[in-house]
Every structure is written in structure tokens, then in C-alpha cells.
Design a protein around this ligand. Structure first.
Ligand SMILES: C[S@@+](CC[C@H](N)C(=O)[O-])C[C@H]1O[C@@H](n2cnc3c(N)ncnc32)[C@H](O)[C@@H]1O
Length: 317
């Protein structure tokens, strides 16, 4: 189902996201790579038939199909993203039964209480104030509904089993690059480790965290090699790190990242890669006056099967 539901869209997000920005290619590669661990995380949150799930910051929309499969097609899945190109890509991928809208996590075009679960992977950290983001998204939950915020470790925290000294230099160079590119402090970037704190700070209860390891060894599947080569070696490292590394380290990194070189890391028999994927799950507090909460949800959930159930009526075309 193709829906155009407009909400107020911000011009530039904390990590440079805009409605016009497009990194759909990277998102597709990441989702193909981390698919086993992401699907496992989805299946670990079983939802009863008829549930409504929102994927906030859905990117290219892979998780929408995984949620459908996990609910065996007996629920409703809605994707929302800021970037027009990502929304378009998600339309191309998602089943006809998923609804995808362009919208802002900080001003979502949905009724309070409309969803049973909000799922947001690598998305809340794109907001300048993640706690405000979690609080806003939590309002979309019915009483007792849950929010699952997922975060993979950022590039400087990944682990590659090669020379640990070089790895430390490369990680520091990536940090320096990000500090300069986004004008953020070191503290800002390490704040993504505070998932549980974000949920607690936003007033959720029963906050639980669970970390899975995305672990890959030789020989790599094609999806793994493509992600590591395209997104990390070329898209994140490459030429942009030259100015932050001493020439010998930069040259050594170049050999490790070059598929044409015999020292190419992704063909090494001892290749070993680790990246963490943490989920914090919390439950929306029951309101003191639950009848008021029910009225606020407006009876828009659990009946019918389309976006009208969840959208704020004022935003529908
Ligand atoms: C790193 S990507 C993650 C996408 C997807 N969840 C995934 O795991 O592949 C972050 C996504 O959040 C979106 N985004 C950033 N700021 C947003 C905002 N304020 N509201 C909605 N989406 C936003 C971006 O456009 C991007 O698609």
C-alpha cells in the first residue's frame, strides 16, 4: 500500500539526515549482512495476531517484511522514515500489505496509542535528543505496549582480528573524522551506549537489554564481504582516513582493504569480525486514568487493516 502522509519534516538531523539525503545503498548492504541477527531479535518479540507494529526510521524497509513473516501476516506493519529516497526504496521492497510513510520521529503523523510495538534500529541515535525521541515514540504505544530500540556498535567500536595496534589507530582516525564531519564531541558518539538510560529517562518501565554479537569468520558469505568491503573499507575508511593516519599505517590499511592484494583481510583464513547489536525493550506505563488513555487512542487500533487505523486523521490526504 502506497501512502503519502506528510508530517512536519526537519531540515537537518543531528547526523546530517534530511528528507533529501539518500544512503539507501548502504542500508541495503547492512540489512543483508545483519539479517540473521535482526530476524532473531524480531522473533524474540512475539506479537499476538492483530498487532500493529511501527518501524520508526525504517530505512529501506527490510524489517517490515521480517515483521510480517514473524507475525505470519496476521498483523499490521507500518514503516516511517524521514528520507524520501529511503521511503521509496522501502515501497519497492515491502509487501503490498505494509504501509510506509515519510515522517519525522519527533513529530510522527500517528495517533497516540496506535501501536502495540515500536521498533527502531540504528535510528534514535540520529536524533540530537534521543530521550525526547524515545518519549515521543512511546506516546504512540497503547498502554502496556513496548518499544524496542536497537543499536549496532558504531564503526570505531568494531573489532577486526588483525594487528591490534593498527586497529586502534584506525578507530581513532574514524573518531577524528566523525568529530570533524559532524562537529560532535567524543562524548556525543559514545552516548549510543546508553540505550537503557534513554528508555528509563523517557519513563518506560521493565527496561531490559540484550546484546547479540554479529560475528563473522572466514570464509565469508557474499553478503558479508560486500557489506564489509563497500560500507566499511570503502565507504567509511578509504581515502577519507588518509589525513588522520601516519603514511605507513594508511598504506598498511590499504593492503588489508584491497581485494587485489594478497594481504586482503576478507580472504585471510584468520579473519574474525565482531560487532555488537544491542536492543533495549521497555513497556509504556499504564496511565493513572486508563479510560482517558483509551479515549485518546480514539479506537483507531485493532479494527480494519490500513493506515487509517493509525494515522492522525488531520494528516490523511
Ligand atoms: C542508520 S539508518 C537505519 C535504518 C533502518 N532502521 C535500518 O536498520 O536499516 C537511520 C534512518 O533513520 C532515518 N531518520 C533519521 N532521522 C530521522 C527522523 N527525525 N525521523 C525519521 N527518520 C529519521 C534516516 O533517514 C535513516 O533511514
Amino acid at each position: 500500500m502506497k501512502c503519502i502522509v506528510q508530517s512536519r519534516l526537519p531540515e537537518t538531523g543531528w547526523l546530517g539526515d534530511t528528507p533529501q539525503r539518500d544512503y539507501a545503498g548502504k542500508l541495503r548492504l547492512f540489512n543483508a549482512f545483519a539479517r540473521p541477527e535482526l530476524r532473531e531479535a524480531i522473533d524474540a518479540l512475539p506479537m499476538p495476531a492483530g498487532s500493529c507494529v511501527l518501524d520508526a526510521g525504517c530505512g529501506t524497509g527490510e524489517a517490515l517484511g521480517w515483521w510480517h513473516a514473524s507475525m505470519r501476516g496476521r498483523g499490521m506493519v507500518v514503516g516511517m522514515d524521514l528520507a524520501a529516497a529511503h521511503v521509496e526504496a522501502a515501497h519497492g521492497l515491502a509487501s503490498a500489505r505494509a504501509s510506509i510513510v515519510q515522517g519525522d520521529m519527533l513529530g510522527p503523523p500517528f495517533a497516540d496509542g496506535a501501536f502495540d510495538l515500536v521498533w527502531a534500529v540504528n535510528a534514535v541515535n540520529h536524533l540530537g535528543d534521543p530521550i525526547a525521541g524515545v518519549r515521543t515514540l512511546s506516546k504512540l504505544l497503547r498502554q502496556g505496549g513496548r518499544i524496542a530500540v536497537g543499536q549496532s556498535s558504531l564503526v570505531p567500536d568494531m573489532y577486526f582480528a588483525w594487528d591490534a595496534r593498527l586497529e586502534a589507530r584506525v578507530n581513532e582516525a574514524v573518531r577524528a573524522y566523525y568529530r570533524e564531519r559532524y562537529g560532535r564531541s567524543e562524548r556525543d558518539f559514545t552516548a549510543v551506549r546508553s540505550l537503557a538510560g534513554w528508555l528509563a529517562g523517557a519513563g518506560l518501565r521493565d527496561v531490559r537489554v540484550h546484546t547479540r554479537m554479529i560475528e563473522r569468520t572466514h570464509p565469508l558469505a557474499e553478503t558479508d564481504e560486500r557489506y564489509l568491503l563497500e560500507c566499511i573499507f570503502r565507504g567509511t575508511w578509504g581515502e577519507r582516513l588518509r589525513k588522520y593516519l601516519d603514511p605507513q599505517d594508511f598504506e598498511e590499511l590499504g593492503w588489508l582493504c584491497d581485494p587485489g592484494d594478497e594481504r586482503y583481510a576478507l580472504r585471510r583464513p584468520d579473519f574474525h569480525f565482531l560487532q555488537s547489536l544491542t536492543f533495549a525493550v521497555g513497556t509504556r506505563q499504564a496511565a493513572t486514568d486508563t479510560r482517558a488513555g483509551d479515549r485518546q487512542a480514539g479506537g483507531k487500533i485493532r479494527r480494519g487493516g490500513n493506515l487509517n487505523r493509525v494515522a492522525r486523521s488531520t494528516h490523511l490526504p
